[in-house]
Design a protein around this ligand. Structure first.
Ligand code: A3P
Length: 309
């Protein structure tokens, strides 16, 4: 148990512990030590570190850039990320373990910080909106989307790579995306269904008002991440702290990478940013035409318009 620490200089006069006595760089260092398991119980007590339920969740969309978004938001000194996908709300077994199990999966943070987790399966799983609503009906929900056909190909590419790793053969994208009998778009194919964003969003809207969602443009996050991150900062009511200094383009990776400070920077793992297979242009057009009306509805509901075909 933590004893009251009335003697150190971190109190702010309201009997609320303040973390101001250690700098943001030191705070990050301490949280890093904790993640490695090398911080002491005394440090946890001294700095009033807590495991907080998320105040915002990146609910999807798979292959939209969910990892990049989480890692980039973690550049903000008031944001702490749950590194792993926790799959609490979409996995019945995990959900049955209860909310304390979920909280214990959260990283330690300072009381003034907010915790964010991402599990892209949440977006498409039937039971999740109601379960999240029961935990916190005012939680902020982030959805990162990409042009739906590109997202579907990215989804396919991930599965293909998994099969190849196991020396298994796999169908071509064209075969999966079109129904072989009708030559129409195969709506039973999961990679297609996931890209019908409006269908999934409509289920969420039965529980949460549209203002509680923020849509992130995943294509712009790739090309020019800062403006997208600034919109998220505003949505989360955070002061604007992520700057161009924190993001640099790495020509070898072909993506923006993250600079936390003068000594620590990192790019995302190689599994992010795979080369997509060439897809028959007529199949691409068919998919684009198929997604078009759903996209229009998505723009209408969310108030965010994209230049998708
Ligand atoms: P591709 O592999 O199709 O290029 P998710 O994290 O949801 O699985 O999304 C993966 C996608 O994030 C990648 O899809 C990649 O394009 C995108 N991405 C966005 N910003 C990135 C970054 N800075 N580094 C690597 N990938 C990034």
């Amino acid at each position: 148990m933590c004893l009251p620490q009335t003697w150190h200089s971190g109190w702010n006069g309201n009997n609320v512990p303040s973390a101001s006595f250690i700098s943001p760089v030191q705070q990050r260092g301490l949280l890093h030590e904790l993640r490695k398991g090398s911080a002491t119980k005394e440090q946890i007590c001294l700095h009033h570190l807590v495991q907080q339920l998320p105040r915002a969740i990146i609910i999807g969309v798979r292959k939209g850039g969910t990892r990049a978004l989480l890692e980039m938001l973690n550049l903000h000194p008031a944001v702490v990320k749950a590194s792993q996908e926790i799959h609490f709300f979409d996995n019945d077994q995990n959900y049955a373990r209860g909310i304390d199990w979920y909280r214990e999966k959260m990283p330690f943070s300072f009381p003034h910080q907010i915790t964010i987790e991402k599990s892209p399966a949440y977006f498409i799983t039937e039971e999740v909106p109601e379960r999240i609503f029961k935990m916190n009906s005012s939680i902020k929900l982030l959805i990162i989307v990409r042009e739906p056909t590109t997202r579907a190909v990215s989804d396919y590419t991930q599965v293909l790579e998994g099969k190849e790793r196991k020396n298994k053969t796999y169908h071509k994208f064209e075969k999966l995306a079109l129904d072989s009998n009708t030559c129409e778009v195969n709506t039973k194919y999961k990679a297609v269904r996931t890209s019908i964003y409006t269908k999934h969003l409509e289920r969420w809207l039965k529980y949460f008002p549209v203002e509680q969602f923020h849509i992130v443009d995943g294509d712009r996050l790739i090309m020019d991440p800062l403006p997208e991150l600034q919109l998220v900062e505003r949505f989360l009511n955070l002061p604007s702290r992520i700057s161009q200094y924190n993001l640099y383009f790495n020509a070898t990776r072909g993506f923006y990478c993250l600079r936390f400070n003068i000594v620590f920077n990192k790019c995302l793992a190689g599994s992010k940013g795979r080369t997509h297979p060439e897809v028959d242009p007529s199949v691409v057009t068919k998919l684009q035409n198929f997604f078009h009306p759903f996209n229009q509805k998505f723009y209408q509901i969310t108030g965010r318009t994209f230049n998708w075909p």
